[in-house]
Unconditional design. Structure first.
Length: 495
């Protein structure tokens, strides 16, 4: 039975008689990967988590998760699958600002297939840009703001019952030409209460999820969430504000349970702890103990992002973390300049990065340094100084990014207020396109400086030869793979 989804009105409606099963389709749209790290295919963690939560709350809802990238579907293939399933609701994945247009195109396609379908957008970009998005994209019926599980579950129930969703906390929608923003929904207090992500919905695809540069194409790749939010407030980061300026952490046991769940049920051997900042110290020590006690830590590689000062403060836990399977760490180095780090509100010092890289190498943990150029005070000389610093620091791998004014960040607010933003094409908000100039450099010159950074680091013959012939298998594989990808030339093509 198809639903009569005249649901935007705030007028009360009667409950549909009889049991109605709602069809809910989650879509990971066709999109390109971020070429800087080579070819990879991650599982659509966000929508898998939502799908699992909805399934636990509403047993009468038929759920499908369609991962176009894993299935090799283009837009025509997506349209055919929508026609076949004929959903009542469609929710599109929107991991980052650069995915805005593919998410909207997905919902536009859903409306083409069935004009009565209820289309749902969410995630960090649409949460911050709710008003603008509802004004700009008629394809979007409702936006779920902030943390999505409970809001989407209640929204799904309303649609299934034929009720309006005018008083669902955390949603925004149109009503008679006006945009309505319902009050924000309180955050989930206990993240341990969340079900495991719904890998069952993509069970026939899990063998395709991989990260070639990090673990090879044949090693199955899963993502694990350890916390939401962050105790720090870096000016370029979207995370802490999106999660209500709070930091909520899952227990080490709960995180290890999810590691084991992916390992045992889906053969995952490369596991990515998705947190921007899970932190070290007591939590990392307990997580390591949990993983080691389960007996599979010798058979996995796991990855996390950390602050340089955390590595320095908690160096004593690194050997145990290495024993637990931690093989790769992304360090937020950002800059060699204390004043730049202060402007980012990083609360770290350049000396922290030097110590952190040395400590990670000592513990046989691969170090990947993240550097940012394009800060307002940057000049050609300051970026040259950063290049020299990165070469002196000598992490196992360096990734350079351009400071990007993501909506919802302090950087965006300042840049918009001062008229610095020159590119409003959301597809270019990927940290490798120059969106704005500095005081001394044009946006084009910032783009050229990014190329020089990659050429400086990866163009070093001693580094390339040293990487390819490294005694560490992980580093050898990475450098051979990166050489085959021509990353430097791809960065050059953006100029």
């Amino acid at each position: 039975m198809k639903l009569n989804k005249n649901l935007i009105s705030t007028e009360p409606e009667s409950v549909l008689e009889g049991e109605v099963q709602l069809k809910l389709l989650f879509v990971e749209p066709p999109k390109d990967y971020w070429f800087v790290m080579g070819e990879y295919l991650p599982p659509p963690y966000g929508i898998l988590q939502l799908a699992s939560f909805i399934e636990n709350k509403h047993k009468d809802v038929e759920i499908q998760v369609l991962d176009c990238n894993a299935e090799g579907l283009d837009w025509n293939g997506l349209e055919k699958r929508m026609e076949s399933f004929n959903p009542d609701m469609v929710a599109s994945s929107a991991l980052a600002t650069c995915n805005t247009y593919v998410s909207v195109r997905t919902l536009e396609l859903a409306k083409k297939v069935n004009p009565d379908v209820v289309t749902v957008a969410g995630g960090q970009h649409f949460t911050v840009m709710t008003e603008e998005s509802l004004k700009t994209y008629p394809e979007i019926d409702v936006i779920v703001r902030g943390e999505g599980e409970q809001t989407l579950a209640e929204l799904t129930q309303r649609v299934s019952n034929g009720h309006p969703f005018s008083d669902v906390k955390g949603v925004s929608f149109r009503n008679k030409g006006q945009i309505i923003h319902e009050p924000a929904r309180p955050l989930i207090e206990n993240l341990d209460s969340l079900p495991f992500p719904g890998y069952k919905f993509v069970e026939n695809l899990v063998h395709k999820y991989h990260f070639t540069a990090m673990a090879g194409k044949k090693t199955r790749y899963a993502m694990i969430e350890g916390s939401r939010g962050c105790p720090h407030q870096c000016t370029f980061c979207t995370q802490w504000r999106h999660w209500g300026s709070k930091w909520r952490i899952k227990s080490p046991k709960r995180i290890a349970d999810e590691f084991e769940f992916c390992y045992e049920n889906y053969g995952s051997r490369f596991l990515w702890l998705t947190d921007d900042n899970y932190g070290l110290g007591k939590r990392a020590n307990e997580l390591s103990d949990e993983l080691i006690s389960r007996g599979f830590s010798d058979d996995i590689i796991w990855f996390m992002q950390v602050r340089c000062d955390d590595v320095v403060k908690h160096a004593d836990v690194l050997p145990k973390m290495r024993k637990s399977g931690l093989r790769w760490v992304l360090l937020g180095v950002e800059s060699n300049s204390s004043s730049t780090l202060d402007s980012f509100r990083k609360e770290t010092a350049p000396e922290d990065s030097k110590k952190a890289v040395r400590l990670l190498k000592k513990s046989d943990i691969f170090s990947q340094g993240m550097f940012i150029i394009g800060q307002r005070k940057d000049t050609a000389q300051s970026i040259e100084n950063l290049r020299e610093f990165s070469n002196e620091l000598d992490p196992d791998l360096a990734i350079f990014a351009i400071l990007t004014p993501f909506p919802g960040t302090a950087v965006y607010e300042e840049a918009k207020q001062n008229g610095w933003i020159e590119d409003w094409n959301w597809a270019n908000y990927d940290m490798v396109h120059a969106i704005m100039p500095t005081e001394r450099l044009s946006a084009k010159e910032v783009q050229e400086e990014l190329y020089k950074c990659y050429r400086s680091f990866f163009g070093s013959w001693s580094r390339r030869v040293g990487g390819i012939f490294s005694r560490k298998a992980l580093k050898r594989r990475l450098y051979m793979y990166m050489a085959s990808q021509g990353i430097v030339n791809q960065v050059k093509s953006l100029i």
